[in-house]
Design a protein around this ligand. Structure first.
Ligand code: 5GP
Length: 112
């Protein structure tokens, strides 16, 4: 299922892209929930965590390592949060798997 994120990957709509490699793309969230709010996505169209297969292991690993590198580049040495919302109960709105990298403020727990 194609989503708005496929259009960002294809450069059909603009985004503030902070990182790209062959497998992953990262760009700033249009409605940031923290001073740093970057979305890290696989370029492959994977709807959600629930759709992952073993073939996605390398790409998912690349996305997590990219998130770590982006966090360092964004100066989040004090810590940050990496979140994946999955499905309706998980609060996922865009049907293209994405990691939320949130930082620059103290996070509370548990999330709502
Ligand atoms: P979800 O609720 O699916 O986990 O998160 C989707 C995120 O995508 C939200 O934080 C939302 O602000 C962001 N988002 C939705 N549409 C766009 C867009 O067109 N551009 C960007 N940069 N972010 C978007």
């Amino acid at each position: 299922m194609s989503s708005i994120f496929s259009k960002i990957i294809a450069r059909e709509i603009p985004a503030d892209i902070v990182y790209e490699d062959d497998d992953c793309l990262a760009f700033r969230d249009i409605s940031p929930k923290a001073p740093v709010h970057v979305l890290v996505i696989p370029k492959r169209e994977i709807v959600s965590l629930a759709d992952l297969t073993v073939e996605d292991e390398a790409v998912m690993g690349r996305c997590v390592v990219a998130a770590s590198q982006i966090a360092a580049a964004e100066g989040l040495g004090g810590g940050y949060r990496l979140i994946v919302n999955c499905g309706e109960d998980g609060g996922q709105e865009v049907p293209h798997l994405h990691f939320h990298l949130l930082g620059g403020r103290k996070m509370s727990w548990p999330p709502g």
